[in-house]
Design a protein around this ligand. Sequence first.
Ligand SMILES: [Zn+2]
Length: 367
Amino acid sequence: MPEANMEFLKREFFKYYYENLDQLVPPGPIKNREFGFFLDKSRGMLRHKCFINLDEFHNFVLNEVPLDIYVSAARYEDPSNRDMQEKKLISAELFFDIDAEPTVSESEESAWVCQNCGKYDLGTEDKCPVCNSPVERAEIVNENQLNEALKEVKKLVEVLRSDFGIDENHISVFFSGNRGYHVHVDQEEFINITAEGRREIVDYLLIQGFEEKRIMHLLKNRSFYSGDLKGIIGRIYRMILEAGGDKIPRNKRRILKQINEIIEEFKVKVDPVVTIDIHRLMRMPGSINSNSGMVKKRVRLQDLSSFNPLKDAVALGEGETVLRVKAVPRFNLGGKSFGPFKDEEVELPAYAAAYIICKGLGEYVRR
Ligand SMILES: [Zn+2]
């Protein structure tokens, strides 16, 4: 990343952290958590950091102004130990990651950069027209894609509540600051679950290994149906009965097709790898995501429907910033629409300039 870009980001990030330090509170107890940081883009993650109290952590953030901040979902006896076993796990929050799928249709909504020869343009190329290398697509998500991800979050919260019996007060939803949502669960019975147990939860959410013949069996012996079947099997069974009116569907192929459609609808599209990994570092709540310059923001359950990530998670200031832009598709941020831009010098609010810089599509010129 060019020096001028880095200086601009660090200046803006510092301003944000300095003014919003009270928002940057890791899950407790702080002395039992492992922290990770990206201090600049060229170096790897600084891991195994540990702080004895909040002040020490805040001083570190203000001094180093990290590009990204992570904290372990797990609590350890010795979090700064570099050996995972020697860290001595105490417990770990259940942690889910749901990402928006960037589906790009219009060429105006996408841009690409060739890492091999440096060529870039608006559009949806897969291969560089100059050197034929695969290109890197600009990762810009829009409201619709984020809304799809939010639907999955609502499904997840519903399953956690009704099928797992998790109390609402122990479910926290966050916008990740870029292209998805994180859901944390810290209810006592769930923080001691092993990796295998977490895998089973993921299988349940993704409806892996669902046995259609159990439904077939229920349909055949409808008299056994008591109306209080729990979980996925109950939901699928009831949907099939509802769809068939009062008649029990008999065509086997049609029922199987119906089951699969219902499974697609009920399946919660979480990232399995994230949930199963007990030692995972998760993006720190209240921290800036350097893939966008937006903040990882808590969304209260009652606000899930009204939350607007591209507005509510904007963290940086409005100060006019001049930027030399390579190619940036149209994007919405902070309630405004920007672009598309191609090979031009533009004046933008700092938060939009940071967004373009974070996506690697522009260079800071001046304030
Ligand atoms: Zn190329």
